[in-house]
Design a protein around this ligand. Structure first.
Ligand SMILES: *Cc1c(COP(=O)(O)O)cnc(C)c1O
Length: 366
């Protein structure tokens, strides 16, 4: 601890008076599940993704899972994913009955390397699932042509990238589906929640059926479906947060610009050409002993975290049957997992806190 100054947490989810008022209003209304607030949230979120259809669900993981279930995957179908992501990315593929195939990342952006994606395509590949990690869009300008050349669906994992864009196109408006999360630590939240965005009306209808037991009309089930509905309480909170998203995003970008300009001794994020990075995380690379670096920052009251210390292909469910790491060649994924540290970048940071972060990092990294 640095004297009497309170520690700066790694993230600070917002549940303000407006969010609480919105939740109470819905509870008093009695319309609490898949009602008018959900419909309004879907309509308003569509403005972020060029007016695409939006289907609200109960989590980001459900969004990924439903968007894959709607492809009617067969056992043995392959979906290309990064291993340098949250496990939900690959879990959704497995839960939908298909096989994740891991491709390596571009060390400059931490996102899928398009050359690695192209090399991972086989006759069994049905989809590519790029992740816009830390809030930076993946190289969709190169990934979409690969998908088109091979007739593959693209499902964007945009859980960390609300309002991020590449060459003017927002994430969630590139692939067949864009999948967003509204978990409390994300750039906006609804306590728990998720959204699927798509330009394909037929596909959107199928997502709506799958979300609600396969029913459009009550008790007239058309297909087998799940219950992945969003509550109206969550949607009302999400609408309040959506209204603040762009202001918060600007503040995240300003915070990141200050850190970029003032940090030394660590490798600051690189942003690809034409990219609107929304800094869900501000992630640096540390050379040397990362554990010691993290501990020294924590000692100085600077919250920090590693996303993600273990690449998905090294997690237990993704090992081979005899418990070994599969035949993957992912050197940049392994290197990133060993080197990254995320620093606080949330919108509520004060100038004084930003300066404390810079002073601590520069001292520890020296
Ligand atoms: C948060 C996250 C998810 C899952 O979202 P939940 O709402 O927590 O289910 C999926 N993918 C990535 C990359 C995430 O960061």
């Amino acid at each position: 601890m640095t004297g009497s100054q309170p520690a700066i947490p790694a993230a600070r989810p917002v549940i303000g008076e407006e969010e609480i008022d919105a939740a109470v209003r819905v509870l008093r209304s009695g319309m609490v599940v898949q009602g008018p607030e959900v419909a309004a949230f879907e309509r308003e979120f569509g403005e972020l993704v060029e007016g695409r259809h939006c289907v609200a669900v109960n989590s980001g993981t459900s969004a990924l899972q439903l968007s894959l279930l709607a492809l009617d995957l067969k056992p043995g179908d392959e979906v290309i994913v990064p291993s340098f992501s949250f496990a939900a990315t690959a879990n959704a593929v497995r839960l939908a009955g298909a096989t994740p195939v891991f491709a390596d990342i571009d060390p400059a952006t931490f996102n899928l390397d398009p050359d690695a994606v192209a090399a991972a395509v086989t006759p069994r590949t049905v989809a590519i699932m790029p992740v816009h990690l830390y809030g930076q869009p993946a190289a969709m300008d190169r990934i979409m042509p690969i998908a088109e050349a091979h007739g593959l669906a693209v499902i964007e994992d945009a859980a960390q990238a609300h309002a991020a864009a590449l060459n003017g196109t927002p994430v969630g408006a590139f692939g067949l589906a864009g999948c967003f999360s509204f978990y409390p630590t994300k750039n906006m939240h609804s306590l728990e929640g998720g959204m699927i965005t798509t330009a394909d009306a037929e596909y959107a209808r199928k997502l709506r059926l799958l979300r609600n037991q396969g029913m459009e009309q009550r008790y007239q089930n058309e297909i087998v479906g799940a219950n992945m509905r969003l509550t109206d309480v969550a949607a009302a909170i999400g609408r309040v947060q959506l209204g603040k998203l762009l202001g918060w995003t600007r503040k995240r970008q300003e915070n990141a610009a200050f850190l970029n300009a003032n940090l030394s001794g660590v490798a600051v994020p690189t942003v690809a050409e034409g990219v609107e990075h929304v800094y869900h995380q501000y992630t640096v690379r540390v050379s040397g002993d990362r554990d010691a670096f993290q501990a020294a920052l924590a000692e100085r009251g600077i919250g920090n975290a590693v996303y993600y210390p273990t690449p998905i292909h090294r997690l237990r469910p993704y090992l081979t049957e005899d418990g070994n790491v599969g035949p993957w060649k992912l050197p940049e994924t392994d290197r990133a997992a060993a080197e990254v540290v995320s620093l606080p970048v949330m919108p509520s940071l004060t100038q004084e806190e930003l300066e404390r972060i810079v002073a601590a990092v520069n001292e520890v990294a020296a």
